[in-house]
Design a protein around this ligand. Structure first.
Ligand code: GDP
Ligand code: ZN
Length: 313
């Protein structure tokens, strides 16, 4: 008997596939199931939509993987060219940002947004720990909101701990597959536990985080949400990397720059100090925020392409 489902958990050898009626089936993969063009150590990833065939009463074989809408990868080790697919078919990523502890810089956010853009995953910024804000932090928050609003990103605000706005944000996740991202300690698990009672993801005091082992090999997992949709948790996965973005492409992932690119005099304009640069002009007119432009320059001056923007949480 054949059936269709989605991989929601993987241990490397076994895959838990959720059938369309919600039933879970343990699956293995048949022989060589490789997708063209992807050199990955794991042919099947969490989020993959698959076709399976029952092997006996309980267990099944994955026989086919549907084309992925998108996926996020990391290199298997620092030296190898092999990649590991962390998760696939993601509708949106919520980047949790805190201005208290841990502090999230605009440099980190902008690199993250380039990466999620290159992966074709819409990103939403979720500012957390608002309950800890004093006047000074509120002012900084306003600056961030203005910057990212102008850049065209949706910004939400909450306190996961005090459950302020968490229901409203959960509504934005309804019937979608959402990945939670952000530095360790920003409140990803606290938020997940608040919107899905019984989930029981581990939370940790920020001060305890650095004491944990740095290298935990865990797999991503998809959790069905009672109100509809899925949450992808990526415990222990610290990098969110993208490969082979050319230096000249970086500006394409700044939505507020994108609309000016056609107006630069030179086709290969890097928007640094070239004459008749429409991006630079837009920045000087206040249409592109200072930190965004500054971070853009920093990113392109960092290194030669082809580009790797690696995000470490
Ligand atoms: P994760 O590493 O992103 O999963 O972060 P955790 O959910 O483990 O949270 C790290 C710490 O921040 C814990 O001590 C939480 O109680 C605390 N925390 C999470 N959200 C909030 C919040 O909205 N306000 C405050 N004050 N603390 C929070
Ligand atoms: Zn230019």
């Amino acid at each position: 008997m054949e059936f269709k489902g989605q991989v929601i958990k993987s241990t490397g050898l076994w895959y838990q596939v959720r059938k369309e009626d919600g039933q879970m089936v343990d699956c293995r993969i048949v022989g060589k199931l490789k997708l063209k063009g992807i050199k990955s150590t794991n042919p099947v990833a969490v989020g993959d939509r698959v076709w399976c065939r029952m092997e006996d009463e309980e267990k099944a074989l994955i026989t086919e993987i549907e084309k992925r809408e998108n996926y996020i990868i990391r290199r298997s080790t620092n030296l190898s060219k092999q990649t590991h697919i962390i998760a696939a078919n993601i509708d949106q990523v919520f980047l949790l940002v805190t201005l208290t502890e841990p502090y999230t810089t605009t440099g980190f956010i902008d690199r993250f947004l380039i990466t999620s853009g290159a992966y074709h995953i819409p990103a939403v910024l979720v500012f957390n720990k608002l309950d800890e804000h004093d006047e000074k932090l509120d002012m900084r928050l306003s600056e961030y909101l203005e910057t990212y609003d102008k850049a065209g990103y949706e910004c939400l605000q909450m306190s996961a701990l005090k459950q302020i706005n968490t229901d409203k944000i959960a509504q934005r996740m309804k019937n979608k597959t959402t990945l939670l991202a952000g530095h360790s300690g920003v409140g990803k698990s606290t938020f997940a536990n608040a919107i899905q009672p019984g989930l029981d993801l581990k939370t940790a005091e920020v001060s305890q985080l650095h004491k944990q082992g740095k290298h935990t090999t865990t797999f991503a997992e998809m959790f069905p949400l009672d109100f509809g949709g899925f949450l992808i948790d990526t415990p222990g996965i610290k990098s969110f990397g993208v490969y082979d973005i050319e230096k000249k492409e970086i500006s394409h992932y700044f939505p507020e720059m994108l609309k000016f690119l056609g107006d630069c005099k030179f086709n290969d304009c890097m928007h640094i100090s070239e004459p008749h640069c429409a991006v630079r002009a837009a920045y000087e007119n206040g249409q592109i925020a200072y930190t965004r432009y500054k971070n853009y320059l920093e990113i392109i001056e960092d290194d030669e392409g082809p580009y790797r923007v690696d995000i470490y949480a």
